[in-house]
Ligand binder design. Structure first.
Ligand code: FES
Length: 322
């Protein structure tokens, strides 16, 4: 993983309950690497802590990156470290990468955000405004205090495209994903969904039941459902390393990454949740038990690679190209 840019935290401000907007500028005051709507950067927050954050400003801005960072109650160091940073702190960050871009067909876009999932979608909304392309933004939050970036959403050109759903509030209509897919013309629209795992799964299920073509659905996960990482059926298995001829037993309470580290083999990691693909490793034999959301279903079926930060093994032995 490379960190090609050094940035300074120019400003931090609270934009909703537990959500900080963090403004980063180049340390040497130069222009930052360009990005497209939906892109993210890797941020190094310590020796072994790297996290991805979506850029939430308009791609037309080259002098700054804006992040929206929610303080997670179960933070493993990422969001807490960023919340505790002082203005003036220096960070190493990667160039932006985009695994959640706007499709070429922008004749109508539907942006569906759950909570902090608003961050890349806000950048997309501003891009679509710049291009004068039609879109709708559906923004779902639990409480009004959780509504972030109010001044950009509710007073700018995005306002008339925005539908806000506050689940704890009476009087506001509730978000109904199926009704949305029924009343939008799915064959003419591209849908962009971002938020917690459960939210995305709910929306995708509604899309499937309405027969929406998968090629029109684009998503970005923020968190993995705990069910994927606290499975009580996990078993012990052995990992063999073909190149170094080492092997290690992975017990029920550790990840493949942990077990490899115990014999001195470090695999680069970032999200440690099966989201980013940083740890992707080639499998030479054995049957992986894929627990990530990075690989597509087709890629998982090939069983020729796995994400050792969260995936396990269905076979008693797994041989990796390490
Ligand atoms: Fe992100 Fe493994 S570290 S998928």
């Amino acid at each position: 993983m490379s960190f090609e840019q050094q940035v300074i935290v120019r400003r931090k401000r609270l934009v909703a309950e537990r959500i900080l907007e963090i403004e980063l500028v180049a340390r040497d005051a130069s222009l930052l690497a360009p990005f497209s709507a939906g892109a993210h950067i890797d941020v190094r927050l310590g020796e072994n802590i790297v996290r991805q954050y979506s850029l939430c400003n308009s791609p037309s801005e080259r002098d700054r990156y804006l992040l929206g960072v929610q303080l997670e109650t179960a933070s493993r160091g990422g969001s807490r470290a960023l919340h505790e940073l002082s203005e003036g702190a220096i960070l190493d960050v990667s160039k932006p990468r985009n695994r959640f871009p706007l499709a070429e067909d922008r004749s109508h876009s539907v942006l569906i955000a759950g909570g902090i999932g608003i961050t890349p979608l806000l950048s997309m909304a501003e891009q679509l405004v710049c291009e004068a392309m039609p879109f709708d933004l559906h923004y779902c939050v639990r409480t009004r205090a959780a509504v972030a970036f109010k001044e950009r959403i509710f007073s700018g050109p995005i306002l008339e495209a925005t539908n806000l759903y506050v689940s704890d509030e009476l009087g506001l209509s509730k978000f109904d994903a199926e009704a949305l897919f029924h009343r939008t013309l799915p064959e003419r629209s591209n849908f962009y969904i971002c938020g917690p795992f459960g939210f995305i799964e709910h929306v995708l299920k509604a899309a499937a039941s309405c027969g929406v073509d998968k090629s029109r659905l684009h998503r970005e996960h923020f968190h993995i459902d705990p069910v994927l990482t606290t499975d009580t059926t996990v078993r012990t298995f052995t990992v063999k390393l073909a190149r170094s001829e080492l092997s290690v037993v992975v017990n029920e309470r550790e990840t493949i990454i942990d077990a490899l580290a115990s014999i001195g083999v470090d695999v680069p990691v970032s999200c440690e949740q099966g989201v980013c693909g940083t740890c992707l490793t080639t499998v030479l034999s054995g049957e992986p038990d894929h627990r990530d959301v990075y690989l597509t279903d087709d890629e998982k079926r090939l069983n020729n690679c796995l994400t050792p930060c969260c995936s396990r093994s269905k076979s008693l032995t797994l041989t990796l190209d390490l």
